[in-house]
Design a protein around this ligand. Structure first.
Ligand SMILES: [Zn+2]
Length: 413
């Protein structure tokens, strides 16, 4: 691949246009989808908008009040997908149980406990077993101020029955609760399950002589509600767009499908909708190249490969031959590539370490054309090598150990 055909500046200008929050299912996410589709069309490709529905949870009420020995309401965010307390809340003695070890849990019965969070499936089940009446967790750091005192929002995944509810508060408030000796609290959480609509954008370049074999390049374009997600993951979307441009001018032998996924942040909903919609075609899919987290100047490039270790080595060879410093991890990754691997299609995610994922600091300010160019070139080398090879250098299979992990992963999604 000719490095000079990749422009970091063009990618940067693309990310710049989307410097707004694009939470899944909102009008802003839709606006971004339509703009991406326009860009695809400008490349001369036939783009598709593929709509899908997904389930979301809307918090109606989230409240934590200390009732003894002092009275104070704290700012909290409720755990989504964690059910409802009675309308008037649950009032109970309060206890801080640190990491929720066995001994601490033995004192939890009938109490609303504060535990170092976030609470996930396993801890949730421990709390239920210990007959806690509810839970409180904390996020943030002691030096936070201003807007950063907003507690993070969490979703409880993979739990069907949710007899107890929980809220999250800021670290500083957690300290205050313990220091002031909060002994009794009232917790209220009410939420409703809603169906929302998101969309994927897809564009295909038909292969010249091996068209029945398909390679996908993908990146999600939705963001979390806290910030505009430049690093996570409009930068990834820009890289995919830059490569779509490159391959329209340098036609691949295999078919390439470029996909921008919606609703990744809500549990890989876009890629799950895609594999469902295109189920009949999946036997032709050979490899998924996904990008999630990209574009920051300070950071390192890591490629997570959900495929045989030999695939990992092949990709490393291609990248090192191009003179690019990249490290590899042979394992499953928490992004849309997992959906492909789960369907038995070898997959990878290109990822850059960086600062401020899922926060309001994730803006264009930290994005660099230099970094975008570098990552697009790395991915372009891999994609071109596979698109033009006489035969695919590896089989369409995912090792059993990964499949098992992915079955668990998606059972909990
Ligand atoms: Zn992401």
């Amino acid at each position: 691949m000719d490095r000079n055909k990749i422009s970091g500046q063009r990618q940067y200008e693309f990310v710049e246009r989307f410097n707004y929050i694009r939470e899944a299912g909102t009008l802003e996410e839709r606006r971004a989808a339509e703009e991406i589709l326009e860009d695809v069309k400008k490349l001369g490709l036939t783009g598709r908008l593929e709509e899908f529905e997904f389930t979301a949870y809307e918090i109606a009420e989230e409240c934590l009040v200390v009732t003894e020995p002092y009275e104070k309401e704290y700012r909290v965010t409720g755990y989504k997908r964690c059910g409802d307390t009675p309308k008037d809340g649950v009032e109970a003695p309060f206890l801080y149980i640190e990491n929720g070890d066995e001994i601490s849990l033995s004192f939890a019965k009938g109490k609303i406990v504060m535990v170092n969070g976030p609470v996930k499936k396993e801890m949730y089940q421990n709390l239920v077993r210990a007959q806690a009446a509810g839970f409180v967790t904390m996020s943030g750091i002691p030096i936070d101020a201003g807007e950063d005192l907003e507690p993070a929002g969490y979703t409880l995944r993979g739990v069907e029955k949710t007899p107890i509810q929980g809220v999250n508060l800021h670290y500083k408030d957690a300290v205050e609760l313990v220091e002031r000796g909060a002994s009794r609290v009232k917790l209220t959480l009410r939420q409703k399950k809603v169906t929302r609509v998101s969309r994927n954008i897809a564009a295909r370049i038909e292969g010249s002589d091996k068209a029945e074999e398909m390679l996908t390049l993908s990146a999600h374009y939705d963001s979390v509600p806290q910030g505009p997600g430049a690093y996570d993951n409009m930068a990834g979307a820009a890289i995919i767009m830059e490569l779509a441009r490159y391959f329209t001018e340098n036609r691949p032998r295999r078919t390439m499908e470029f996909i921008w996924f919606g609703a990744e942040e809500t549990g890989l909903c876009g890629s799950l909708a895609y594999v469902k919609e295109h189920e009949a075609e999946l036997s032709g899919h050979r490899f998924n190249m996904n990008v999630d987290l990209a574009g920051q100047l300070i950071g390192g490039t890591v490629i997570g490969v959900a495929a045989d270790a030999a695939v990992c080595q092949m990709l490393a060879f291609v990248v090192h031959e191009a003179g690019m410093g990249v490290s590899f991890i042979n394992g499953i990754w928490g992004s849309d590539s997992n959906t492909f691997a789960w369907k038995g299609i070898p997959a990878m995610t290109l990822n850059r370490d960086g600062f401020g994922m899922h926060t309001r600091y994730d803006t264009i300010d930290l994005i660099s054309p230099w970094s975008l160019k570098r990552s697009a070139f790395v991915l372009g080398c891999i994609a071109e090598g596979l698109a033009q090879a006489e035969v695919m250098p590896f089989k369409r299979e995912v090792p059993e150990e990964f499949k098992k992990k992915l079955d668990t992963y998606f059972a909990e999604a």
